[in-house]
Design a binder for this molecule. Structure first.
Ligand code: MET
Length: 536
């Protein structure tokens, strides 16, 4: 890949790297497909993108999981990491680089980064006494804790956010002068685009204004307490705190400290879940500023998935595996549901009846049906895609007017929604356009028009119906491509749309394109349409 010198044309987009203490669930899939859709949208705009994901493999949480699985640590990590890679492959998450924090290249990058912090005077040897949460790999302050009774009735402290148990920890640690960065963080947050949606920008700004999580931060743990981690370069009796290790992955993947990383620095959009806003919105920019690097341009934060309105958790046994869900709804169906249902600022709910209804009514009955009605043997025996430039204005009806209006505006609406990361609005806009197109087909009854082969007006009208309907499906497929790349590509292949005509600019209707009045044809086979799911 070659990146433009004008770095505003280059887009560097990341997902979190996923802990390997367990295999992928629907929440991981959401982060990954959301990022992938944004990348594909940027590619359609003609930007150069670099898209990374991967796995986070150090710390006690991982070591404990490996012990439970009775496997050596690295072998265990490799196995689970492979499941995340498989998730990406199966769900068309088209990453440029998949990183594992156990790679040698990553360890070198972390060392270099550490040295920079040290040289610039931001690290000192200090004491930590406070609460540590192994499940979250987080140091928590009192305001982040609540008391609860465990099963034996004993009072315990847990993280207010995650509900995970914390343990008292007192040790000598290397510390990072986080407290010195309040003003830098405020400055970084001045731009509203720094954190999206606005709700999370507000939350983070409040934390920073109050100085809530801004005490100096331990960036090592005593090595014999946390042996499965990168050792500290300045003192081998310490391990590097897993979050410092993990965050540096975003530099490693660009080849840091090799100069080439500058072509893409800083990250354009970093997708994160709301549970890790503190790490990405406070620690990460502070580390970067301390090391003399620019912090990310935008953090795109999303909420979580509930399952039938309950929090997903291992103990409830309601964790949804993307692989199992895909066997019911297909990979593309699940991807569509997730991206069409989720709204970044609200928790989304996963419910099988709703999934079936949405997939059947939108992908099968609306998109699939529109195409099917215009390509069947009776209606369109010679497999034509009559040129929209020639037939655009032929149909005289209110539904045809509405369809044309809808086709003219859908690209603009969808673009605005993509820019705001509101993919559910993208889908709404496309579906409304496709509903219009279906109504238009129903009104003009192409199957009746076909019966009047001797009447030139009827044949003209028939061609116009087919043309407008297929033009609607072409534009729908293009706009939905970032969301359902496999189904969209299949449809665009079927419509014989050349690869170079699949950019965002091509989402405008072609009625004005008088240069090419050639008739087009559609393919005879190999159309992948969404198959209606029978109720289970
Ligand atoms: N492993 C973390 C998580 O899954 C994310 C790390 S991103 C640098 O929450």
């Amino acid at each position: 890949r070659h990146y433009a010198k004008d770095s505003s044309q280059n887009k560097y987009i990341t997902t979190p790297i996923f802990y390997v203490n367990a295999g992928p669930h629907i929440g991981h899939l959401y982060s990954a497909v959301l990022a992938d859709a944004i990348v594909r949208y940027n590619n359609m705009l003609g930007h150069q993108t670099f898209f990374t994901t991967g796995t986070d493999e150090h710390g006690n949480k991982i070591k404990n999981a490996a012990a439970t699985a009775d496997l050596p640590n690295l072998e265990y990590c490799t196995r689970i990491s492979q499941q995340f890679r498989e998730m990406c492959d199966r769900f068309e998450v088209d990453y440029s680089r998949f990183i594992r924090t156990t790679e040698k290249q990553h360890c070198d990058a972390v060392y270099h980064f550490w040295k920079r912090l040290e040289e610039r005077g931001h690290i000192y040897l200090g004491k930590y006494s406070g609460w540590y949460c192994v499940s979250d790999e987080a140091f928590l302050c009192n305001t982040e804790l609540v008391e609860q009774r465990d099963s034996s009735g004993k009072v315990i402290k847990v993280s207010a956010e995650s509900g995970n148990i914390v343990e008292w920890t007192e040790e000598e640690n290397y510390k990072f002068r986080l407290s010195a960065f309040q003003n830098d963080l405020k400055y970084w947050l001045k731009d509203e685009n720094t954190v999206r949606p606005a709700l999370y920008h507000k939350t983070l700004s409040q934390w920073i204004d109050e100085g809530a999580c801004l005490q100096d931060l331990s960036i090592t743990r005593i090595r014999n307490k946390v042996p499965w981690a990168i050792p500290s370069p300045c003192d081998k009796s310490h391990s590097i705190y897993v979050w410092l290790d993990a965050l540096v992955n975003y530099l490693t993947v660009l080849g840091y400290p090799n100069e080439s990383y500058k072509e893409l620095w800083p990250p354009t959009i970093q997708i994160i879940g709301k549970d890790i806003l503190k790490f990405h919105g406070i620690y990460w920019p502070a580390f970067l500023i301390a090391a003399g690097l620019e912090p990310p341009k935008t953090l795109l934060c999303h909420a979580h998935w509930t399952i039938d309105h309950k929090k997903m958790s291992k103990s409830k046994g309601n964790v949804i595996s993307p692989f199992e869900a895909a066997s019911d709804y297909s990979e593309e169906g699940l991807r569509y549901f997730i991206l069409r249902e989720a709204i970044p600022q609200n928790d989304a709910n996963y419910n099988s009846t709703k999934i079936v209804n949405i997939l059947n009514s939108e992908l099968a009955d609306t998109l699939g049906n529109l195409v099917n009605r215009c390509v069947g043997k009776t209606v369109n025996p010679s497999k034509e895609f009559p040129n929209p430039a020639r037939y655009w204005n032929v149909l005289q009806s209110q539904v045809a007017d509405e369809t044309r209006e809808s086709l003219k505006s859908v690209g603009r609406k969808a673009r605005k929604s993509y820019e705001e990361y509101n993919l559910h609005h993208v889908v709404d806009a496309v579906m409304n356009m496709l509903y219009c197109a279906n109504k238009m087909v129903t009104y003009h009854e192409p199957w009746q028009l076909r019966k009047q082969v001797d009447n030139a007006d009827s044949i003209k009208e028939l061609k116009a119906v087919i043309s407008l309907a297929l033009e609607s499906s072409r534009i729908g497929a293009l706009i939905l491509y970032p969301i359902i790349p496999r189904l969209s590509s299949s449809l665009l292949d079927f419509l014989n749309i050349p690869k170079e005509n699949r950019t965002w600019a091509n989402t405008a209707p072609e009625f004005f394109n008088n240069n090419s009045l050639k008739e087009r044809h559609i393919e005879h086979n190999n159309l992948l349409l969404f198959k209606k799911i029978r109720s289970q």
